[in-house]
Design a protein. Structure first.
Length: 319
């Protein structure tokens, strides 16, 4: 059997509703042993592991040796994504490039092949696909907000906020291991590389389902902000241009978004800042976590599916 073209690590916490869909989408059309996939259910209280094994059984041996291709499910009672990523690494053998895929994000085998090809380019240590937003079931204001944000960050696509990042062996040695207390693993990875060392691969797409409501988006912004500030404190500053009002006006002038779209985006941004100021003055603790409403399974995988289970993705455009 030939060496797999890539290893794919999928950390999963209580993802029984979506893990099967993710694996079916990833493995469809693959040759036997083409990918070595390690799913790491961590601190789960549901049937994530069982659903992962069920989906994997259609495509590959249930317990492949590390680095030989197929799908391996490695369970742990230890919570935390950084630990799950390290545990997945331990079962990848020496296979690189290495793909780190969120359990609720869809990525096809063709996309993986394009990402692997990008990693072979001189100087590239890390890469990511272009996110495709599935706005099914998203409220009208949130829908307009997401569309505008997608246009604003398009010129500065990053490794963060996409649900997928890929590392070469050299890139992995630089970015890993990720400390256990890091909130934003993809932000950590993104900030570990200079712009010329990372690539966004236009031929590869990840299917991402953002927050359905403004309320859910604002809750997720708390996590994003905390993650960004933590990375700043750890000595990994954000070096990309910050989004400005001029950027918003520019996409409106180019008619990439409508005036109403821009107004919705600006209103949500102002509300986010106002809430942040109030919380800071009060010193209030704010709850954040997974947006469970985006993790309700509704049928087959694919961009046309009515499913909408993914937590909000927000590229690191400032904290």
């Amino acid at each position: 059997m030939s060496q797999p073209i890539a290893a794919v690590v999928v950390p999963a916490h209580n993802e029984e509703a979506v893990i099967g869909r993710t694996l079916r989408r990833l493995l469809a059309g693959t040759a036997p042993g083409e990918l070595h996939v390690v799913v790491v259910p961590n601190a789960c209280t549901d049937r994530t592991a069982e659903e992962a094994r069920k989906a994997a059984a259609r495509y590959a041996p249930a317990t492949p040796p590390p680095g030989t291709g197929g799908v391996l499910v490695v369970e742990t009672d230890v919570p935390g994504k950084p630990h799950a990523l390290r545990l997945g690494d331990e079962h990848c053998g020496d296979v690189f490039p290495r793909v780190y895929l969120d359990a609720d994000v869809e990525l096809t085998a063709d996309a993986v092949r394009a990402l692997v090809a990008a990693c072979a380019r001189p100087g590239v240590l890390a890469c990511a696909p272009v996110p495709e937003l599935d706005l099914t079931g998203v409220g009208p204001v949130a829908r307009r907000m997401h569309r505008v944000h997608d246009r604003l960050v398009a010129p500065h696509r990053a490794l963060a906020g996409v649900g997928v990042y890929v590392l070469t062996a050299e890139g992995h040695a630089r970015a890993f291991p990720i400390p256990d207390d890091v909130i934003s693993d993809d932000g950590w990875v993104h900030r570990s590389f200079a712009p010329h060392e990372r690539a966004v691969v236009g031929e590869a797409r990840s299917l991402v389902r953002p927050a359905r409501t403004v309320r859910a988006h604002l809750r997720r912004r708390v996590r994003v902000r905390l993650g960004n500030r933590q990375l700043d404190a750890l000595g990994l500053p954000f070096r990309e241009p910050r989004l400005r009002l001029a950027d918003l006006l520019a996409v409106v002038r180019r008619r990439e978004v409508g005036v109403l779209d821009a107004a919705c985006y600006l209103a949500v941004q102002l509300l986010d800042r106002a809430l942040t100021a109030v919380r800071s003055r009060r010193g209030a603790a704010v709850a954040w976590g997974t947006d469970a409403s985006t993790r309700v399974s509704h049928g087959p995988a694919g961009p046309s599916s009515a499913a909408s289970r993914t937590p909000p993705r927000t590229p690191p455009a400032g904290g």
